[in-house]
Design a protein around this ligand. Structure first.
Ligand code: ZN
Length: 332
């Protein structure tokens, strides 16, 4: 085994490299199919491309742009998007504008959202590549620390050939990715390990509840929260790969081989630095049901606040899960 420690700041964020046996095959195909599903605009007016401004009241809210409208066929963005907005705005801390992208295959040459008007962008999207000028402007805003980034679950399936995006999310899965995407990130023997062994990029077993363990318990996103907690039934992503630079693995979950898992502690909550920028990446949140988990909501709220401002002011909720009892909030 060849171990190389990185220069990542923070003992718990320290990473090493290892080689070993191949992982099991991913639980679903390697390439998420993109398709524009017919969505009933009468029931969901936000399906039409455009910007849907926040109606949240109160001064001093952190402005967030929730980007959506293109998604792989496995995830119902039209259901999760309004729920994500409500769970952020419900804290009183955020005002969330929704930006619905044009359908797949549209001419995006003039598509250039005003990212600079926001403290953070929340990604609920997996879609077409952006025009180069838009990509470069977005990279610059994130890299300078002017705009934070918060990434939910299926969004880490996006844009395998966008190098800077992969640096922002640290690791991702599917979308045509393979071992060339970079190492796996695993928690072994009290530290994060970068594992370069060959194998798939992306997988999960059946949706089940599983325990999240915080590995950097003093990170602002999770400071003061229970170190272990039971997440509501969800896909436990495994075998994500990527550049994995400047990433702190804030929370992990054990991937059970009895449920097509890897037997590894896989990264679930990540805090990434990209230049001066901050990125919060949660692999949790397959659908509305999994997002009902108070632990998902709390870590997303805090992670988004950290990405936007560099600090967390949100209080710890009374209903945060224990390691035995999931805590569910009402569906929208
Ligand atoms: Zn999913």
């Amino acid at each position: 085994m060849n171990i190389v420690r990185s220069a990542m700041v923070g003992a718990a964020g320290m990473v090493a490299m290892a080689a070993g046996a191949a992982d099991p095959a991913p639980a679903r195909g390697p390439t998420p199919a993109h398709e524009s599903r017919a969505i009933d605009v009468a029931k969901f007016p936000m399906a039409k491309p455009g910007v849907y401004p926040s109606e949240a009241k109160g001064a001093g809210r952190v402005r967030v742009l929730l980007l959506t409208g293109q998604m792989n066929k496995y995830h119902k963005w039209e259901e999760t998007t309004p729920y994500l907005r409500s769970m952020l705005e419900g804290t009183g801390r955020f005002a969330v504008d929704i930006h619905t992208m044009p359908p797949f295959g549209s001419d995006l040459s003039a598509w250039d959202p005003r990212f600079e008007d926001y403290a953070a962008v929340l990604m609920n999207v997996d879609g077409d590549y952006w025009p180069e000028a838009t990509r470069k402007r977005f990279e610059g805003l994130v890299k300078s620390g002017r705009v934070g980034l918060s990434v939910v679950h299926s969004s880490d399936n996006a844009w395998k050939d966008w190098g800077e995006w992969n640096e922002m999310i640290a690791v991702g899965g599917w979308g045509g990715r393979d071992a060339s995407a970079g190492p796996y990130l695993r928690w072994r023997d009290g530290q994060v390990v970068r594992d370069d062994k060959p194998g798939p990029c992306g997988g999960h077993g059946a949706r089940r509840p599983f325990v999240i363990t915080h590995r950097v318990p003093d990170h602002p996103v999770v400071k003061g929260l229970p170190v272990t907690w039971l997440h509501h039934e969800d896909e436990l992503y495994h075998c994500l790969r990527g550049p994995a630079k400047r990433v702190e693995v804030v929370g992990t979950a054990w991937s059970d081989p009895a449920n097509k898992g890897t037997g590894e502690h896989e990264p679930m909550l990540m805090a990434v630095r990209f230049g001066e920028g901050r990125i919060f990446h949660t692999t949790l949140g397959h659908d509305v049901e999994s997002m009902r988990c108070a632990g998902f909501q709390c870590t997303l709220q805090r992670g988004t606040e950290w990405a936007a401002t560099g600090a967390v002011t949100l209080p710890i909720p009374d209903d945060f899960p224990t390691d035995k009892d999931p805590r569910l909030r009402p569906a929208p």
